[in-house]
Design a protein around this ligand. Structure first.
Ligand code: IMP
Ligand code: MG
Length: 373
């Protein structure tokens, strides 16, 4: 990834792919103009690198010249094109090949062609490294095209974003941060101990490409790796105090930022209070996304107790075996979820899921709930 001014760009076309395509283009051009004299006219500034690489592979009899026009400001084509450096070469009766880095709407290239045609050349064709078919409004598509690309803003290999990035040796595309993040699926998953949260979250992660964020795991990670936040959290824990929400949120934020490619997040064991839920909303808003839904697996108390007892028999987990411990954990869960549930209910984002049934049945209910949002 590269950053230019206020924007981030991700890899799109590698140097190797560009080199290979330029060889193909040169071959087509050499074949097409065999036995003829060609005047290459490269359009400045963007085409200077492409023209230099292409021209060194040209074997037909030729010369090269430059013209400079301008049509873009920032990331929008302005529609009006003006000539900044005019053509000084005589092209009357010559075969002209215009060399462009990119043809977007096609306005620039039409204007350049019109200018050149005034001198009555024998022919005028266009060779463009990149072409955006969806943006193109011109009459004639370029005869020689390197890559047809989606309607996306690209930089590098001569192409710029406000004059930056021309020196990158690959082509990068604008990272559409807001777009992808608005479509993120961010789930707050709740369920009492024994509700099958672990099993179901694994399935959700796989099905929807989500990143699992459990505050327990994140605490352990930060503390065992001795990160600044881990040390901070430990200083509270050592004093027997609760880790403040700001610290927890900061750790979550780090994890969210490190996993921006995820299709969404499952928040597990968080938020546990209204204050945390508000802080989480704020954090996601800063990242141009939001919580999509709170899913709560609902299992009635006696059933939970039975399940935990069975789980204890299999796993030998002492905390599952003691009925008093079980009752207490269920009570803590209830106390914690109720206010958070109300928080998401107010936003119309709470869905309760019947947690009784087979793993597949519950999984299906969760998928239906997600489809309904
Ligand atoms: P058109 O007139 O809309 O075809 O735009 C052509 C000119 O706009 C090109 O020569 C570039 O200078 C610029 N341009 C179009 N698309 C891009 C892009 O994705 N990145 C950088 N410059 C672009
Ligand atoms: Mg250009």
């Amino acid at each position: 990834m590269v950053e230019l001014l206020d924007k981030k760009f991700t890899s799109f076309i590698t140097k190797e792919e560009i080199d290979k395509e330029i060889s193909n283009l040169a071959e087509s051009i050499n074949n097409n103009y065999a036995g003829k004299e060609v005047v290459f006219i490269a359009v400045l500034n963007g085409a200077f690198i492409f023209a230099a690489d292409l021209y060194r592979k040209i074997t037909v009899s030729s010369s090269i010249s430059f013209i400079k026009v301008q049509s873009y400001e920032g990331m929008q084509s302005t529609g009006s094109v003006h000539e900044v450096i005019g053509l000084t070469t005589d092209i009357a009766s010559k075969h002209v090949l215009i060399v462009e880095d990119i043809v977007d709407t096609g306005i620039t290239i039409e204007k350049v062609k019109t200018l050149l045609n005034l001198q009555k050349p024998a022919s005028v064709e266009v060779c463009s490294l990149l072409f955006k078919p969806e943006a193109f409004e011109g009459k004639e598509i370029p005869k020689f095209i390197g890559f047809s690309i989606p309607k996306r803003f690209v930089v590098g290999y001569g192409l710029d974003y406000n004059e930056k990035g021309r020196n990158l040796d690959e082509i990068y595309q604008l990272k559409e941060q807001n777009c992808s993040q608005n479509t993120m699926l961010n789930i707050v998953l709740f369920g009492p101990p024994g509700a099958g949260k672990g099993t179901q979250s694994e399935r959700l992660i796989e099905k929807y490409g989500l990143k699992h964020l459990s505050t327990g795991d994140i605490f352990r990670y930060n503390m065992s790796n001795d990160t600044e936040l881990g040390k901070l959290a430990k200083s509270y824990i050592d004093k027997g105090q609760l880790v403040p929400d700001e610290v927890t949120i900061q750790m979550l934020k780090d994890q969210v930022l490190q996993n921006q490619e995820a299709k969404g997040f499952i928040f597990d064991g968080f938020p546990r209070t209204n204050a945390q839920a508000e802080a989480l909303d704020q954090l996601l808003k800063e990242l141009s996304t939001e919580i999509s839904v709170m899913l709560a697996l609902e299992v009635e108390e006696n059933e939970l107790k039975n399940r935990l007892k069975k789980r204890a028999e299999v796993s030998g987990r002492a905390d599952d075996a003691d009925p008093k411990v079980i009752a207490n954990r269920i009570q803590v869960y209830k106390n914690e979820t109720e206010p958070v549930k109300a928080f998401y209910q107010k936003q119309n984002k709470f869905i309760g899921i019947d947690g009784i049934g087979t793993i597949d049945e519950i999984s299906m209910r969760l998928n239906e709930a997600i489809a309904s949002i």
